[in-house]
Design a protein around this ligand. Structure first.
Ligand code: 6PG
Length: 245
């Protein structure tokens, strides 16, 4: 998994709109193909906001939202009304704009005790998501990439969360100290499809460090994401891809 990442697809698009259109196409096609419910785990941070907005504004009617079960790959341990909340960002830009039954939305309750919520969300996932290879298998997991190489809320100084046997763990942001709930690496790597969405010049260095396959990339959690039984797509804009070989 580290060193050069094999069996992945890199898609480079001009800008946010083109990334959003490409992401929408992939999601629409996969939801259409899936028999039964489609489990989608969202990423957080700032990148997804414009993508969710575009999906809602341009493709809402192309998706049978009653099929979609919405989860989060990570969440900040804050109130859902906080501007820091990944749920709030998704609610404002997507959930409130489409016909997604609220009973299909499984938010991480950031306002609860982190350890208890990590266990609660793990139990919820065990209950809602079918297992494959003894682990819950999400149909699609969206991920972002931090400039330090973190993904979800698996940070370089807590890289052991990649190998935890739990479904969700409590993480701590290394700079802010903010507690997070995050999927573990094993769950992410058990997904049917993992899509990294990476935008902007600030990500060009870390994207190249991971995708150009240098041996020193194993310190970056994102370099360890390669679904053993699934598809890995890196979707970048021109600026983020500027240093790729
Ligand atoms: C979070 C995310 C995190 C994010 C990256 C990139 O909760 O912040 O899940 O992993 O995807 O930090 O964030 P930006 O899109 O804001 O650069």
């Amino acid at each position: 998994m580290t060193g050069s990442i094999v069996n992945y697809k890199i898609i480079i698009k001009k800008d946010t709109i083109e990334i959003a259109e490409q992401f929408s196409k992939i999601v629409i096609e996969k939801i259409k193909k899936k028999r039964g419910k489609f489990s989608l785990a969202l990423s957080g941070g700032s990148t997804p906001a414009a993508i969710f907005k575009y999906l809602a504004e341009n493709h809402s009617s192309n998706i049978d939202w009653t099929k979609v079960l919405l989860f989060w790959g990570d969440e900040r341990c804050v109130h859902p009304g906080s501007d820091e909340s990944n749920y709030k960002m998704a609610y404002e830009n997507l959930i409130s704009q489409v016909d997604l039954p609220i009973t299909n939305v499984f938010r991480i309750r950031g306002e609860h005790d982190p350890v208890e919520e990590a266990e609660y969300y793990s139990d919820l996932i065990r209950d809602k998501i079918k297992k494959k290879h003894k682990l819950p298998r999400f149909d699609l997991i969206m991920l972002g990439l931090g400039t330090d190489g973190h993904t979800a809320s698996i940070f370089p100084d807590q890289i052991d969360l990649l190998h935890s046997d739990k479904i969700c763990e409590v993480a701590v942001h290394p700079e802010s100290g903010q507690q997070r709930i995050t999927f573990t690496g094993k769950v992410i790597n058990n997904a049917g499809t993992v899509i990294f969405l990476v935008q902007g010049k600030s990500k060009s260095k870390i994207a190249a460090a991971i995708l150009n396959g240098s041996d020193e990339n194993n310190k970056y959690p994102a370099a360890h994401i390669k679904p053993a039984y699934g598809e890995l797509i890196w979707l970048l804009d021109n600026q983020a891809a500027a240093k790729l070989k």
